[in-house]
Design a protein around this ligand. Structure first.
Ligand code: KG4
Ligand code: ZN
Length: 341
């Protein structure tokens, strides 16, 4: 099968971004089109699943056509259609999946269902030609916080979950804290910006590290700590500085992520680290991880912010490996709200 430079169309609709992209040979991005629904969901303070599905349905055909046009690629040029099959909002995932199935059937092209978290890890391949397994990946997104070992296969055919959050994902904690501070949705970028004007040592929020040697995470304590602090200050009619709270919360989160990653690197001996997922767009986290890695002789690979948050280039990249292996799905492929790595 011809796979060198194969053209893969990627489709991503698992949350509130309708995205389509075309990659050549997995890693060369020919187009990366993203229609964000942020403005639609902002008024509700979070993603409303039914509204997300409806907007995906309205946008997806235009976004896919745009991705082909920007790539200068015709339908017949495509070698495979890759699509996020989960985990995600199941009604939203279904829209991308139905679109991909329709295209695969009509064009007679292979269909490849992609795991969303594996796709986030693959985002690191897009701009780093020299990246190859084995490596450690810290995945920080709105729905996941995981430490993953990738031992073989560009798209991580061999991955091992080393640790994951036991309660809130880190992005979820950012979004909830932002809401308590009266900031907009999504909260991550708002806190990132506000924290730059605050003192990270102003309030000491408890860093939850769980049992000795554990690579799991827990962020609900930090989140509740911020909520309690804000409510106590308000009840006592005491002023508080939102920028200081944002910076202190972020410092606690970054400290925990840094410590768990240090432990994972120590336990596994990996010398390459991938930082990915929406929260990897965070400026403080990127800076801290770079500093940590420089001090430990570990090479850090972080996608540009546009490839950290949801996009379809990462889906096409993950689909490329499956395509190379002839690992195709049929038209009965399901959408999954939850999906093991
Ligand atoms: O990966 P992603 O786009 O979607 C999921 O798969 O969940 O991640 C979205 C999450 C949201 O919680 C958002 O607040 C967070 O990523 N995020 C950030 C930043 N940009 C996006 N968090 C902190 N700092 C940022 N700059
Ligand atoms: Zn995501």
């Amino acid at each position: 099968m011809r796979s060198e430079g194969a053209l893969i169309l990627g489709i991503e609709t698992s949350c509130d971004e309708t995205a389509a992209a075309v990659t050549a040979g997995g890693r060369t991005v020919l187009s990366n089109v993203i229609a964000s629904q942020i403005d639609v969901h902002k008024v509700f303070g979070g993603v409303v699943p039914e509204i997300a599905s409806r907007h995906h349905l309205e946008a997806v055909n235009g976004i896919v056509s745009e991705a082909l046009a920007q790539a200068g690629v015709g339908w017949d040029d495509l070698d495979a259609i890759a699509v996020t099959k989960g985990p995600g909002l199941v009604g939203a995932v279904l829209i991308g999946l139905a679109t991909a199935k329709g295209l695969a059937f009509a064009l007679g092209k292979p269909l490849v269902g992609v795991h969303h978290i594996r796709a986030h890890i693959c985002a690191a391949y897009l701009e780093h030609e020299q990246l190859a397994p084995p490596f450690l990946a810290l995945v920080v997104s709105g729905g996941h916080t995981s430490l993953v070992e990738v031992t073989a296969g560009a798209a991580g055919t061999q991955v091992r979950l080393l640790g994951a959050t036991r309660d809130d994902a880190v992005g979820e904690a950012y979004d909830k804290v932002a809401r308590v501070l009266g900031l907009g949705y999504p909260g991550g970028p708002e806190i990132d910006t506000l924290a730059k004007r605050g003192d990270p040592a102003a309030v000491s929020f408890k860093r939850t590290l769980l049992e000795d040697g554990s690579l799991d995470f827990s962020f609900s304590g930090i989140k509740t700590g911020v909520m309690n602090y804000v409510h106590t200050q308000k009840q006592a009619d005491k002023p508080f500085h939102a920028a200081d709270v944002a910076a202190s919360f972020q410092q606690a989160v970054v400290d925990v992520l840094s410590e768990k990653t240090r432990l994972a690197l120590e336990q596994t001996g990996h010398r390459r680290l991938v930082l990915c997922g929406g929260v990897a767009a965070n400026s403080a986290l990127r800076a801290r991880m770079q500093k940590d890695c420089d001090g430990r002789d570990v090479t850090l690979f972080v996608p540009s912010p546009v490839y950290c948050t949801d996009n379809a280039a990462m889906v096409a990249c993950a689909g490329y490996e499956a395509f190379q292996n002839g690992d195709f799905d049929n038209l009965e492929l399901d959408a999954y709200a939850q999906l093991a790595l």
